[in-house]
Design a protein around this ligand. Structure first.
Ligand code: F6R
Length: 608
């Protein structure tokens, strides 16, 4: 969703800001804008189009060393040039870019209008520009002071970046619920809402905390809380570098990220497989064996694919540790006044670490005394920081809207958790060793699946004309079916519905005919024969079947077969997920979709 960039230092700001905005495009946006200080004035350029359009519009003759930029995802007011950020005060001294939502915006806008201020946009952000200017006029002090006084009147969430043309040697930033990161350079500083915008220039970063404000100058920064307590921050080194954000030889990020899975998986397993005691090591969760044993229940919370990963996690934990486990969409959990049980371990799952629904679920859990761990990909993100402990996913930057490698690493992390919880209970060392070996085999096995891309692309081509598809799985493969259907829907726009194989005959079988292909998941486990009979039932009603299997199916049973290697049955679901990603990808490619940026979707959903 919205993105913020800022620069102050020795180079020309404009190219740095435009490049930063380009790096944030993957998050989804509908308009963009930029403001730099030039000859004592703010030079503002905006567009209701893409960053490339903004690039075409800016005046190359403008040379400046300080500026701010923004990509906007409309919340207050339609996506047009006027509503695009930056927003200015009446005199054009102050420019503000803002992520998040100001909840009392209507009230603040009304107060400004009563005071005679002419608001030109429909946005909540414009109110902030006028309020900051008013605070400077009436209360004096520094820009930072005026920002703090303004924010004390504001309810809502913000990542905020402010520039005052009369003080072009500083930028002021503030954070509450929407990320702000400072990038530290040599005689230059960068500001962004996502490290993607600044890793090209520096890997030394400082994440602001909620309620924190910073004044940033070319040669450094200082931070304080809104109520004027100075804070001190330790810089962090970002894991990713600029190359991780490049497409390289790939035509789009989704295909690149699908192919990065073996390496991403090796990273999430590195240092976490303990052969000597046939268990897993997850230092970040910070629970000793006694505490692990006292966990009575595990509940996974996440949204979309992260929720499906949580379902995979629940199956793994229940099976490996014999601890009751379930998953629930965080978006539902936060609204239903949940009973929070102190003996339950809650796991908040998120690639971005910014999904508002998941963040709110974590905050609700903490308010009610629940113990919550994060399973998060982005270090320094809001959910990682709110949880304070957990498992980092180490998938590397995920740019495509559709999640692939992060989901695989989520499921693998939950397998590690299952082994860890199992080994402090009744799981034998032999069983632990079988799972450790199985986990270690996964990256190589995924490479074997990726090598079948041509075959999967051909099968996708054969079925790309379908308007609807079923994804059928049972027990361990049920969350895999749900995730497979989700992938197809979001990037190809083909309607897909996941069903438990056991439920087919209770209703949906009525929909089966020659126009309704089914993807049936057939792991080589104790339910293999049952899944074969599911295929036979579908075939008997004329339904085409694509079988994805780790077993040996009778010849001619299905119309198309995708084979995955056999691991241990508990881990087979991780392997079954990969061909479904590739199938969705090649269906979308065949249909000519914008695969990395599917319509109506954003990479991280930071609003309600
Ligand atoms: C689907 C997808 C979304 C996300 C969901 C949660 O491919 O990417 O369903 O999984 O929006 O996002 P995170 O994991 O960032 O919290």
């Amino acid at each position: 969703m919205c993105g913020i960039v800022g620069y102050i230092g020795r180079r020309e700001a404009m190219p740095v800001l435009l490049e930063g905005l380009h790096r944030l495009e993957y998050r989804g946006y509908d308009s963009a804008g930029i403001a730099v200080v030039y000859r004592g004035k703010l030079q503002v350029t905006k567009t209701a189009g893409r960053v490339q359009d903004l690039r075409d519009r800016v005046n190359d003759k403008i040379k400046s060393n300080v500026g701010v930029g923004h990509t906007r995802w409309a919340t207050h007011g339609e996506p047009n040039e006027i509503n695009a950020h930056p927003h200015l005060d009446a005199e054009g001294h102050i420019a503000v870019v803002h992520n998040g939502i100001i909840e009392n915006a209507e009230q603040l806008r009304a107060q400004l209008t009563t005071a005679g201020v002419n608001l030109v946009s429909d946005t909540d952000t414009e109110a902030l520009a006028h309020l900051i200017a008013g605070e400077l006029r009436t209360g004096g002090g520094s820009l930072e002071d005026a920002v703090c006084r303004t924010l004390s009147r504001v309810e809502g969430t913000y990542g905020l970046l402010v520039i005052d043309v009369r003080h072009p040697d500083e930028l002021v930033v503030a954070r509450n619920g929407s990320p702000i990161v400072l990038g530290l350079g040599e005689s230059e500083m960068f500001v962004a809402s996502d490290v993607a915008a600044l890793v090209r220039h520096t890997q030394q970063v400082v994440y602001l905390d909620d309620g924190e404000v910073a004044t940033v100058r070319a040669n450094g920064y200082q931070t304080r809380t809104l109520d004027n307590q100075r804070t001190s921050k330790e810089p962090t080194t970002v894991e990713a570098d600029d190359g991780d954000y490049e497409l390289g030889a790939y035509e789009d990020y989704m295909r690149k990220e699908i192919h990065e899975q073996p390496e991403a998986l090796r990273r999430v397993l590195r240092g976490r497989l303990e052969d000597r005691f046939a268990t897993a090591r997850l230092g970040g969760i910070n629970l000793d064996p006694r505490e692990l044993r006292s966990v009575r229940r595990v509940k996974f919370l996440g949204c979309g694919s992260a929720y499906y990963a949580g379902q995979m996690g629940a199956v793994l934990v229940e099976e490996l540790a014999r601890v009751p486990a379930d998953a629930e969409p965080a978006s539902e959990f936060r609204y239903r006044n949940p009973v929070v049980d102190p003996d339950t371990l809650y796991i908040a799952i998120s690639q971005s670490g910014e999904t508002l629904d998941t963040l709110m679920a974590v905050q609700e859990l903490k308010r009610k005394g629940g113990q919550v761990l994060g399973a998060v990909n982005v270090v320094g993100s809001a959910i990682a920081r709110e949880c304070g402990r957990g498992v980092f996913l180490h998938a590397g930057p995920e740019i495509a809207v559709a999640s692939t490698k992060a989901l695989t690493n989520m499921a693998a992390s939950f397998a590690l958790l299952g082994v860890l919880l199992g080994r402090v209970r009744d799981m034998s060392a032999a069983e632990g060793a079988r799972l450790v070996d199985g986990l270690r085999a996964l990256p190589g096995q995924i490479e074997q699946i990726l090598a079948q891309e041509d075959n999967i692309a051909t099968i996708a081509g054969q079925f790309a004309g379908a308007d609807h598809m079923f994804y059928i799985g049972r027990v361990r493969a049920w969350p895999v079916a749900r995730e497979g259907a989700q992938k197809l829907k979001e990037i190809s726009y083909v309607h897909a519905e996941a069903y438990q194989a056991s439920e087919l005959k209770h209703g949906p079988l009525a929909l089966i005919d020659a126009s309704m292909p089914s993807v049936v998941l057939v792991p080589d486990d104790e339910l293999f024969a049952k899944n074969i009979s599911t295929i036979e039932q579908i075939k008997a009603r004329g339904g085409p079947v694509i079988a994805v299997t780790s077993g040996d199916l009778p010849a001619d049973l299905a119309d198309a077969v995708i084979k995955v290697p056999h691991n241990t049955p508990e881990l087979d679901p991780i392997l079954l997920t990969i061909p479904l990603q590739m199938f969705a990808y090649h269906t979308a490619a065949k249909l000519g979709r914008d695969i990395d940026k599917p319509r109506n979707l954003a990479k991280s959903v930071t609003v309600e």
